[in-house]
Unconditional design. Structure first.
Length: 357
């Protein structure tokens, strides 16, 4: 049965820092937002590319990290109860007869909204896929990416599991296959394949990998995948080429692809607007695009003097929220209020003025 359409005043595409701050700014106008992101968690580029590297140019914050900034923005937006829709890509946006926008994601989730805010940064982060002819036919059954639903441990029991990748998520996937999430050996064999026998992971994760290797639970192969073979309608084996130019064939029942992510514009590029160097031109008064009702904030937009900085995106999200109110609540007079002094904003934020002692 088809799920009902979600009717809302605002949809934000992108749960990175700018998208999260857009949620906060909309909340100050008493607008609850639904947020769509291709990643399975909030943080966008900050969490994918530099979660623990220092960031020094957030106003009033001498130093933070992508992870801490994301946590702070989620906490800041929490009084407004945003509804998150992770691991979803927007496939289409259509104009309805009443002027609202109809949005559909690749999972079939549908929204009807008065205003759409695109805070997609440099594009949706999607998993990098190995260039192996025929592999796509097994996606969702035997080939699994980070954004897929977790496999139940019983599906791995007695299976030959191969993990492609060399970062934290790859090592974690291999360890998960060994223990099945319950401390009990699950898979029949676990092979971790990376071009070098060097892994970028936290020390504790690397220690766990070393212990599993010593116990014979995980085999590490320094090689690259070159081909795959099928037995009927099932993936059967993976062909590898080692650094010494040796060819190997290893059995595979489940292939965990952990090769990182890359940003892609995706369907956004085909929405009928004029792009400027893969960016969306906007008005600097409203940050609305040439398509009425669609606002673009953060790295996805373009205007004269544009600077791709987080602090610039915060400014853009603020003005976009004010401008969108003419669409969301045209009958409402929008006043500039200060969170320092406004009783109404204090009420929305769930804070109160402290009594003088």
């Amino acid at each position: 049965m088809t799920a009902a359409v979600i009717e809302t005043d605002a949809v934000v595409i992108g749960a990175g820092p700018i998208g999260l701050f857009q949620v906060f700014q909309l909340g100050l106008h008493e607008v609850q937002a639904h947020v769509i992101d291709a990643l399975p968690y909030a943080g966008g580029q900050c969490m994918e590319l530099y979660p623990d590297k220092p960031i020094y140019d957030i106003p009033g914050t001498p130093v933070t990290t992508g992870r801490l900034l994301t946590q702070s923005l989620l906490q800041q937006a929490s009084p407004f109860h945003p509804v998150m829709h992770f691991s979803q890509l927007v496939e289409s946006v259509q104009r309805l007869d009443d002027g609202r926008l109809h949005i559909t994601t690749h999972t079939g989730t549908r929204f009807t909204t008065k205003a759409l805010f695109v805070a997609a940064g440099v594009g949706a982060f999607v998993p990098r896929k190995p260039l192996l002819p025929g592999l796509e036919a097994f996606e969702g059954t035997q080939v699994h990416y980070p954004h897929d639903a977790p496999l139940a441990p019983d599906r791995l029991a007695g299976a030959d599991v191969v993990v492609l990748g060399g970062d934290e998520s790859a090592v974690a996937a291999a360890l998960e296959a060994v223990h099945g999430g319950s401390g009990q050996t699950s898979a029949r064999s676990v092979t971790l394949v990376h071009r070098r026998d060097v892994f970028a992971a936290e020390p504790a994760t690397l220690q766990a990998l070393a212990a599993a290797r010593a116990a014979g639970q995980i085999r590490v192969v320094a090689a690259q995948a070159t081909a795959c073979t099928a037995d009927g309608n099932r993936l059967h084996s993976l062909q590898l080429l080692t650094a010494e130019e040796t060819e190997l064939s290893i059995p595979v029942d489940h292939l965990m692809v952990r090769l990182g992510v890359s940003p892609k514009m995706g369907p956004i590029a085909d929405w009928g607007w004029t792009l400027e160097r893969k960016q969306v031109p906007v008005s600097t008064e409203t940050f609305e695009s040439e398509i009425p009702g669609i606002f673009a904030v953060g790295d996805i937009n373009f205007y004269p003097g544009k600077r791709k900085l987080i602090l610039s995106g915060f400014h853009e999200a603020t003005l976009a929220a004010f401008a969108a109110m003419r669409l969301i609540s045209p009958e409402k007079k929008v006043l500039l209020q200060y969170t320092t002094t406004s009783p109404r904003l204090h009420q929305l934020l769930g804070v109160g003025t402290q009594e003088k002692s």
